[in-house]
Design a protein around this ligand. Structure first.
Ligand code: CLR
Length: 264
């Protein structure tokens, strides 16, 4: 698997973080996840804040809209793949992830990496004018017109809007992202028990920071968001199948290998 190069990283003994016994180790686990999130999130929130005024002009939107379907798909698939690569980096640093078998790591990434990209999208989203940071400027839904999957784009933008409304802190986003990835309900897991133990300690961690922030009611809302994420990702897979049927050559030859490996 070109995907992970998992073999190359240092399999540290991290069982202590799998079973946080004390408040101290729970704090440590949360801190390390927050650090990994920060290191792999491409842009800091403050940086994105100052870029908010950068919107695409009429002419620039025209350029995107006049691209052919397969040209625009190829472009977006490669942007998405960049984002997925950072999520893979993040995953590798989650306590407990690297102690899973390679098969289980890949199974979790196949279903979870796109979901985490969508969670992260809320950081790159301006809910005031419904635009997302894409290729260096903020883009509305119209920029993605030539993909010919308006329903998916609308659903993705709605999701980002809903996430923004929760006004999550970076710590909360980090723990939530980890929990989206480490999910014992995913298909094709060899050692479900191990994933479940990791999931439980992450849940514990998220509860802990929500409690500290006095926002325990968010837990329920975040669980609801998880259900929406699943439906978005199956819609993404449906669109990808549609695209591969109509443009088999682009999908086969020009899509990034990682994109194919995870989603095809
Ligand atoms: C998500 C957060 C990442 C940075 C990032 C990179 C690419 C962006 C993505 C974010 C959000 C979703 C996005 C994507 C490029 C194309 C995709 C705007 C901001 C849209 C929804 C089109 C999807 C088309 C597929 C069906 C191919 O850290």
């Amino acid at each position: 698997h070109d995907l992970l190069a998992i073999q190359s990283y240092n399999a540290l003994e991290d069982s202590y973080s799998l079973y946080p016994h004390s408040l101290q180790s729970l704090d440590d686990m949360c801190a390390s996840i927050v650090r990994s999130h920060r290191e792999t999130s491409q842009y800091r929130v403050e940086e994105l804040q100052v870029l908010r005024w950068k919107l695409y002009s009429r002419e620039e939107i025209q350029v995107y809209q006049s691209k052919s379907v397969d040209e625009m798909w190829q472009h977006c698939a490669s942007r998405l793949t960049d984002a997925v690569q950072y999520v893979v980096e993040f995953a590798k640093q989650i306590p407990g992830f690297r102690t899973l078998s390679q098969n289980d790591q890949i199974a979790l990434l196949k279903t979870g990496s796109m979901e985490v990209v969508l969670v992260r999208m809320s950081r790159f989203f301006n809910a005031e004018n419904n635009s997302v940071f894409f290729d260096g400027k903020f883009a509305g839904v119209e920029v993605f017109k030539s993909l010919a999957c308006g329903d998916l784009i609308t659903a993705v933008f709605d999701f980002a809007h809903g996430m923004c409304a929760l006004k999550l802190s970076e710590q909360q986003i980090a723990l939530f992202s980890a929990l989206v990835l480490i999910n014992a309900d995913r298909p094709c897991l060899e050692d479900r028990g191990r994933v479940q133990r990791a999931q439980r300690s992450l849940e514990f961690g998220l509860r802990h920071i929500l409690h500290r922030d006095n926002q325990e009611s968010l837990m329920h809302k975040l669980n609801q968001r998880m259900a929406v994420l699943r439906s978005l990702c199956s819609l993404h897979m449906e669109k990808l199948q549609w695209f591969s049927q109509h443009y088999p050559l682009t999908a086969h030859i020009l899509f990034p290998p990682l994109y194919k490996e995870l989603f095809a």
